[in-house]
Design a protein around this ligand. Structure first.
Ligand code: PEP
Ligand code: MN
Length: 382
């Protein structure tokens, strides 16, 4: 409710400077009334915001009065410009409890866990179809595949572009899975945005604000990866751009930070999951593949992420990892992915959560005579 009220102010005071006025914790009712009177006497509009632990918190619109003068009013503790409060729209998402974001049959957050899986890069029709079938059969709920790749070296394979996107869409159609791909240039939004079920924003483009604003216009779910050197507030402020542009279907994705040592590709910040769960309502998924950099380490990191409360995973999987041109070392082979999915279902169930899978998997589970005893059936709650 606190943030809801602040957001109301933000909407009403667009362009104007808005201040939050925090009263002293021991301010009595008469003091609160005197503060309001003093502020109104200065020509400011005042609205009370209920705040646990404080007698009152007022939001005042009006840059005309110096902050020092406001601080001289007895009872006022702090005066904070609204723009200094990091990501108010993102923080407002917890007002009604954790949110659930749906992509096709997949649900992220609010007690639902979904796994996005597929190749790092869409490289060929047969590989893409085989991958889609195997991840769908194992219980993934969303298909992934890169077609506009962001590579550290200009000499590395840059992705198959629009043609490859056609293969990804075909494999998605074939398996009944919705699909995500990364967009990294605002021009790609008009070019292919309509064909996607969701957009991935890669780590390196987390702060590409024109891209975020353009992608937000699609109104589709956005998987916003955390940059490998981003502080949490910077990540949330990137999400704020999406919400501010009118799209609140944002799924945050932790994928590891630059750190010391080469034992892993990036240092996975698992602590950020319980931290953010207490502060915002948006779902958080984890990418163990880019964090680990090695397929042998991926399942343990993935299990740890689900145990820590992640609302989903995004995992690179390939039927023939040795043949891929991009991130071959971290791609999970089919059997390892199937084992991981079974573990994810168990871990989610321990926390009273359900794991989404494809519409077809739900149908198969509910029509099969042995469905009542299958993990899949329990996990989808069918
Ligand atoms: C990817 O998902 O293939 C990728 C490049 O991820 P990131 O942006 O996290 O490096
Ligand atoms: Mn990759």
């Amino acid at each position: 409710m606190v943030w809801g009220s602040i957001l109301g102010w933000k909407a009403r005071s667009r362009g104007a400077s808005t201040l939050l006025i925090l009263l002293k914790p021991d301010a009595t009712e008469p003091v609160c009334a005197e503060v309001v009177q003093a502020l109104r006497a200065l020509g400011l509009s005042v609205e009370e915001v209920p705040l646990p632990g404080r007698r009152a918190w007022h939001v005042v619109d009006g840059p005309s009065v110096p902050r020092e003068s406001l601080l001289r009013i007895p009872g006022i503790d702090r005066v904070v410009p609204l723009e200094d409060v990091a990501a108010p729209l993102v923080h407002g998402t917890l007002a009604d409890g954790p949110r659930t974001i749906s992509v096709g049959n997949a649900r992220f957050g609010g007690g639902h866990v979904s796994v996005i899986a597929g190749p790092c890069t869409v490289e060929g029709r047969e590989d893409m179809l085989d991958t889609a079938k195997l991840v769908a059969a194992a219980g993934a709920a969303v298909l992934r595949g890169g077609v506009f790749k962001v590579r550290t070296s200009p000499h590395s394979y840059q992705g198959g572009g629009v043609d490859a996107l056609g293969l990804l869409a075909e494999a998605a159609q074939e398996t009944g899975l919705p699909f995500f791909t990364e967009l990294n240039d605002p021009r790609q939004v008009a070019l292919v945005g309509d064909t996607l079920d969701g957009v991935q924003i890669g780590a390196r483009h987390m702060q590409n604000f024109p891209l975020l604003q353009e992608v937000a216009q699609l109104g589709k779910p956005v998987l916003l990866k955390r940059h490998m050197a981003a502080e949490v507030d910077e990540w949330l402020l990137a999400a704020e751009y999406l919400l501010d542009a009118g799209n609140d279907r944002v799924i945050l994705c932790e994928r590891g930070l630059k750190s010391t040592g080469r034992h892993v590709r990036y240092m996975l910040d698992l602590g950020v999951i319980p931290y953010l769960k207490r502060r915002i309502g948006l779902p958080i998924v984890v990418d163990p593949s880019h964090a680990a950099g090695h397929h042998e380490l991926v399942p343990d990191l993935a299990r740890a992420a689900v145990a820590a409360g992640a609302d989903g995973l995004i995992v690179e999987v390939h039927p023939r990892p040795q043949t891929t041109r991009c991130d071959a070392l971290q791609a999970l082979p089919p059997d390892a992915f199937a084992t991981l999915m079974a573990d994810v279902r168990q871990l989610a169930a321990m926390g009273g959560r359900t794991v989404s899978c494809s519409v077809r998997a739900v149908r198969a589970a509910t029509s099969s005579p042995s469905a009542g005893s299958s993990d899949l059936n329990r996990s989808v709650g069918a």
